[in-house]
Design a protein around this ligand. Structure first.
Ligand code: KG4
Ligand code: ZN
Length: 336
């Protein structure tokens, strides 16, 4: 069978990322990170849109060059259609539409959260890597969303649990900001947690009924806890603070993950989204899979945080199903 080449364009937040896929394998995945937000301690939407505009064409050039594929070989252009920052999404969408029109290549709009889940289908060797079997349960944890999804098919994902307030990544970032770490704080908290004691400080574990999460409690608890301390307390205890916070956030995630496994009896489990890059979450999920004797799927590091490859793999499956998008498809900031 002739291979299918998909271009994947991701621009929903602050990373401009473009990938070229040949079936399920990634030929290139180029990401331009935006440093402009660092001094603000969070993403400034207008600055993000402008940076996408500056970065998107050079990123495409690099992605095509690295893949050694020309635009004429591309079978479809997949792009993140939402959820995300509307201005950022619109830069990617307009760019994808322009390319589609100019080169007469079919267009495919992709749900960013579904793409995170489908990153688990990317393979480095098509003959060896097994794709997850349906239905599987995926804990999708990013900076904007926290979802427990029962994945019944490529684009049939029941959200069985979600956060009622902050996302897990948001909790890492907001608490990290209180600890004086840069944005995004998640990777730094992860790094510092390698040396600390997870039980040094006890923060509250919120356990709602059902499969929903809440991370605003731990954020407020850490804020009040720090207010009562001397100025040098954070500096002196940064590793223990990070480890205790990380330990509590992961405990809350696993509590619901475990309960959902017992309730839905999936054929396998997976994690996805930026927070799935967390070393402790990866380790603990592995133990969870072993305990329940279930196959586990975890994306490679480069396909956890926002990336064009996950949009590409979602585009590949939409292409197989012949699900294309019209040129007047509208970007959507909120989908859930
Ligand atoms: O999926 P993603 O790249 O963007 C969104 O769709 O939001 O997720 C970004 C989030 C940020 O909150 C970031 O702090 C978090 O993922 N993150 C991590 C780690 N790497 C990224 N959180 C904890 N540990 C990490 N290693
Ligand atoms: Zn994301």
């Amino acid at each position: 069978m002739k291979p299918i080449y998909i271009l994947g364009i991701e621009s929903s937040c602050d990373d401009t990322s473009i990938a070229v896929l040949k079936n399920r394998t990634v030929l290139s995945n180029i990401t331009a990170n935006q440093e402009v937000h660092e001094k603000y301690g969070g993403v400034v939407p207008e600055l993000a849109s402008r940076a996408h505009q500056a970065n998107i064409l050079p990123t495409l050039d690099r992605a095509l060059k690295k893949a050694d594929v020309s635009l004429d070989q591309i079978n479809a252009i997949a792009f993140a259609n939402g959820p995300g920052l509307l201005g950022s999404l619109m830069v990617g969408a307009s760019f994808a539409k322009g390319l589609s029109l100019a080169k007469d290549i079919p267009l495919i709009g992709i749900d960013h959260m579904q793409a995170h889940v489908l990153a688990n289908f990317i393979t480095s060797d098509e003959n060896l890597s097994e794709a997850p079997e349906f239905p599987f349960l995926c804990l999708t944890v990013s900076g904007g969303h926290t979802q427990l999804m029962l994945v019944k098919d490529y684009f049939e994902m029941d959200i069985v649990g979600k956060t009622r307030d902050d996302a897990a990544g948001e909790a890492f970032d907001k608490i990290g900001k209180m600890l004086g770490l840069g944005y995004p704080a998640g990777p730094m908290v992860d790094k510092l947690s390698k040396k600390g004691n997870p039980l040094a400080f006890a923060f509250p574990v919120t356990n709602l009924e059902g499969f929903d999460f809440s991370f605003s409690g731990i954020k407020t608890a850490v804020m009040y806890f720090l207010q009562k301390k001397e100025a040098h307390f954070i500096k002196d205890n940064i590793e223990d603070l990070c480890t205790s916070v990380q330990h509590t956030i992961i405990e809350m995630l696993l509590l619901k993950f475990k309960a959902a496994i017992q309730s839905f009896n999936p054929k396998g489990i997976a994690i996805a989204g930026g927070v799935s890059a967390n070393s402790q979450l990866r380790e603990k999920t592995q133990i969870l899979a072993q305990t329940h004797n279930l196959p586990l799927h975890i994306p490679a590091f480069s396909y956890c945080t926002d990336n064009g490859a996950m949009i590409g793999i979602a585009g590949y499956y939409k292409y197989l199903q012949k699900e294309f998008s019209p040129l007047d498809i509208k970007s959507q900031a909120r989908l859930y």
